[in-house]
Design a protein around this ligand. Structure first.
Ligand code: R5P
Length: 337
């Protein structure tokens, strides 16, 4: 932690607010999944990124090591469960375990993209609820808190017994649309799935625009079917918003349904730009002005170069602010307003 931030915490203590003053210093570390985001979060906080290393042994086992003392620290470990999800999850578990056994005072797992939130129920025979199992693993490893963003199913929050702060990228996406589109309030926010209605409705409120949704059925992991579009998008600008774009099957169907219903211009946005399998080819052929995601999942240069419609917004300030508030015992709920 930089001396500036330490000074701020001590000053708060002197002013009589003692909550969390024992969590000193604040330190942020990163797994391998999203080092750029972790660095940006540290830039926002005005502290250096903590020093750690990860190795893979010849027998395929992972090993992590902190290269500075964590004793009595308030430790934040940034790791998205993006591809390679199994390695990234294991690295996070090892980092949590190593922090706890190195006498950290408190460990928060900062998981910008909790991919296993898509497995939230037992809706077929003989399958696991992986979202719950991963929550158990994180707590067993020693996570004292979780900080995450846009869970596919918000109820995954309930799989944890430790506190979870669940951020939303909606404000970042809304600000982008408001800044780049002059008459956003005359557009329509389109949820590509009835399950996305709550998120879409929150965005529509921010844009002061109307709402529509698609009755979607998933055929397979990579194929979906849009049954019907409910609402009026004729001659309107349409903003399709999803929690994640993985293979882009949902978005292809949503754009084509909107076009079929007479949409004038289409903008696509999501929190997690996973972009796997046929996604880039599908996005290249998409009849949309842009496809925006945030940097909860790192979108490498080569993907941006292949699909020129891709844009990435940063959520580092939101995570930085949340970490600062958690560290100093302040409410995080202002970040949702
Ligand atoms: C599904 O229910 C989610 O909200 C997303 O629509 C889905 O995860 C996107 O996946 P894909 O891009 O592969 O259709």
């Amino acid at each position: 932690m930089s001396s500036n931030f330490g000074y701020a915490v001590r000053a708060t203590f002197l002013e009589g607010i003692t909550l969390n003053s024992r969590y000193n210093p604040l330190m942020v570390f990163s797994g391998q999944s999203n080092i750029h985001l972790a660095q940006e979060i540290c830039d926002h906080l005005g502290i250096p990124l903590g020093k750690s290393e990860t190795q893979k042994f010849s027998n395929d086992n992972l090993m992590v090591r902190y290269n500075e003392s964590l004793r009595e620290g308030d430790i934040y470990i940034v790791q998205s469960l993006s591809s390679p999800a199994s390695d990234n999850l294991l690295e996070l578990l090892l980092l949590i375990d190593a922090a706890k056994t190195s006498s950290a005072a408190r460990v928060t797992a900062v998981i910008p993209y909790y991919s296993y939130a898509r497995s939230d129920k037992k809706d077929e025979p003989r399958i696991p609820i992986a979202g719950r199992l991963v929550a158990d693993l994180l707590q067993t490893a020693g996570a004292d808190r979780i900080l995450t963003m846009t869970l596919h199913s918000p109820q995954v929050h309930g799989f944890f017994k430790v506190p979870v702060d669940h951020l939303s990228a909606e404000i970042t996406i809304a600000n982008h649309l408001l800044a780049s589109i002059s008459d956003a309030s005359e557009g329509v926010v389109l949820a590509p799935d009835a399950g996305d209605m709550k998120r879409a409705s929150a965005l529509a409120r921010r844009l002061n625009s109307n709402l529509a949704f698609i009755d979607k059925r998933r055929v397979s992991d990579t194929q979906v079917e849009a049954r019907s579009l409910v609402g009026d998008v004729r001659d309107r600008k349409v903003f399709i918003v999803d929690d994640e774009i993985s293979t882009a099957g949902s978005i292809v169907q949503a754009v084509s349904a909107a076009k079929h219903a007479g949409a004038r211009e289409i903008y696509v946005a999501c929190t997690h730009g996973v972009y796997v399998g046929p996604a880039l080819e599908r996005i290249k052929g998409l009849d949309a002005v842009e496809v925006v995601s945030t940097n909860t999942v790192e979108v490498p240069e080569w993907k941006m170069a292949q699909a020129r419609k891709l844009k990435v917004l940063t959520v580092a300030p939101l995570f930085g602010e949340a970490i600062q508030r958690i560290h100093t015992g302040k409410s995080v709920s202002v970040l949702f307003e």
